[in-house]
Design a protein around this ligand. Structure first.
Ligand SMILES: [Zn+2]
Length: 482
């Protein structure tokens, strides 16, 4: 007979398996119990990360926005070289308006930079009127600054003074409307995406990207003043970096003194020139392969230039004035635009990445109409002189080293030319003795300040503004700083 189990009829194997099953169940139950007790009782409460120190400064509300303002790309005179023959015939780069709104919780300022030659009074009034209709008194004469990047290849025809209307073939509604719409739309977008954020400032120097427009004229500055600077151009790049509260960049404003004339007077394509190209590169950096969504903008606080022969002793153009058209540093104007734009982009990008000095403090703004024909200027403790009516002199007709005039005028002239003075006088009338005396020793060629037919030729009352954000001040004056 075979072996039988001794108990309840189960075999020894069955008993062994039953014991193993019970043992494993106990082990499993113990492990589960251990795990539960460990997670619920034995682990200490996870320590919360130490709270980051509260920011010492109250953040601003910041909005940035960009909109196209290119307008018609054919048959519109380009604004900058005062050449009525230079009419648009295509597009090199599109033109944009870029708006920055900063609010300290109490007050708000708007800074706009558009890819145009300059902002005219007429354009500004139309933008302010459109803002008034949309936003009431929120965006006003005193807290909105409009500025141009000074490209010389944007549309013309948005001026109300005769002098500018002559060079741009009148007042051109087709030019004005896209500019007004683009500027207002960039402000709309900035307004819509306002969020808490911070501003950081940085500055550095950029070489090999600008030269003086008139070295000869620069040497007329007092020596003790010249000794204060190591160069005859301003090489500083100033950057304002805008971030949200997480530190993510939302925009950048940058200033560098270069004349946006890489695209010269022979160009017929609408172009934002070197400044616009630098902005484009920075925007593409943040939005690779896409239309730029992050708004960065470049604008000039003053103008120097990029071109012509630094060795020319008198700064006057030898032989033929047109030889002094912008031509550096590339082999052609497209290459020059690319090189200078790239240089500005690289420097601004570096300063943006390393900006740590936070801008703090309240936001303020002020606006004033100034009658520029009657401003008292103290010369010293006992002498005060007064400004007078504007005029265009012989030096204006001579142009600059980067863009000479057409005729035989020379820079720095202190004597008139009987031939040209005679023609100008016969056509446009001679200046009054008072105006002549006021401008002396500079001879007057066109007496624009005393010409009012069919409408005034030259502005006499201009608007002047200042915006401050903490210790950063932006002074807006209508003129071309050189
Ligand atoms: Zn200019």
């Amino acid at each position: 007979m075979g072996r039988k189990s001794s108990c309840c009829g189960a075999t020894a194997l069955e008993v062994t398996l039953a014991i193993l099953f019970i043992a494993m169940t106990i082990v499993c139950a113990t492990l589960i119990a251990l795990m539960v007790t460990r997670t619920t009782h034995t682990d200490p409460e996870p320590t919360a990360p130490p709270p980051s120190p509260p920011p010492q400064n109250t953040p601003y509300l910041i909005g940035v926005g960009r909109a196209d303002c290119t307008g018609p790309a054919a048959d519109i005179p380009l604004m900058g070289y005062a050449n009525t023959q230079q009419k648009a015939a295509g597009i090199h780069t599109r033109l944009y308006s870029r708006a920055f709104i900063i609010d300290d919780g109490t007050r708000r300022v708007v800074f706009v930079t558009a890819d145009v030659g300059m902002i005219s009074q007429r354009l500004r009034l139309e933008v302010l009127q459109a803002l008034q209709e949309k936003y009431g008194d929120q965006y006003r004469q005193d807290n909105v600054v409009l500025s141009g990047t000074h490209t010389h290849c944007g549309p013309g025809g948005y001026f109300q003074y005769t002098l500018f209307m002559i060079s741009s073939s009148g007042y051109i509604k087709a030019s004005v409307q896209p500019l007004v719409n683009g500027i207002v739309k960039s402000i709309d977008r900035a307004h819509q995406n306002m969020r808490p954020g911070r501003i950081y400032r940085n500055r550095g120097e950029l070489d090999h990207s600008s030269i003086n427009r008139s070295p000869h004229s620069y040497m007329n500055n007092p020596e003790d003043e010249r000794l204060r600077y190591k160069d005859n151009t301003d090489k500083q790049v100033l950057v304002l970096k805008f971030t949200d509260l997480d530190g993510d960049g939302i925009g950048m404003l940058s200033w560098f003194a270069v004349h946006a004339v890489s695209m010269n007077y022979t160009n017929r394509l609408v172009s934002s020139d070197n400044m616009g190209y630098a902005s484009y590169l920075l925007e593409q950096d943040k939005n690779p392969g896409e239309l730029p969504g992050q708004v960065r903008a470049f604008t000039c606080t003053c103008m120097s230039n990029t071109t012509c022969d630094e060795q020319t002793v008198s700064s006057a153009c030898l032989c033929q004035t047109k030889m002094c058209a912008a031509f550096g540093p590339g082999d052609d104007m497209f290459e020059s635009t690319r090189i200078i734009g790239q240089n500005i982009y690289m420097k601004a990008k570096e300063l943006y990445a390393t900006a740590v000095e936070e801008v703090t403090g309240s936001v303020q703004s002020a606006h004033q109409w100034v009658n520029m024909t009657d401003v008292s200027v103290p010369i010293n403790s006992s002498h005060t002189v007064s400004t007078c009516k504007p005029a265009l002199g012989h030096s204006f007709a001579a142009g600059t080293t980067d863009g000479g005039g057409d005729l035989n005028f020379t820079q720095g002239a202190v004597e008139g030319d009987p031939f040209w003075d005679g023609i100008a006088g016969a056509l446009l009338g001679r200046p009054s003795n008072e105006t002549k005396e006021c401008h002396r020793p500079k001879p007057i060629l066109f007496n624009t300040g005393e010409m009012n037919t069919p409408v005034p030729w030259h502005p006499q009352i201009v608007d002047v503004q200042i915006l401050t954000v903490g210790s950063v001040a932006v002074v807006a004056v209508p003129g071309e700083m050189t």
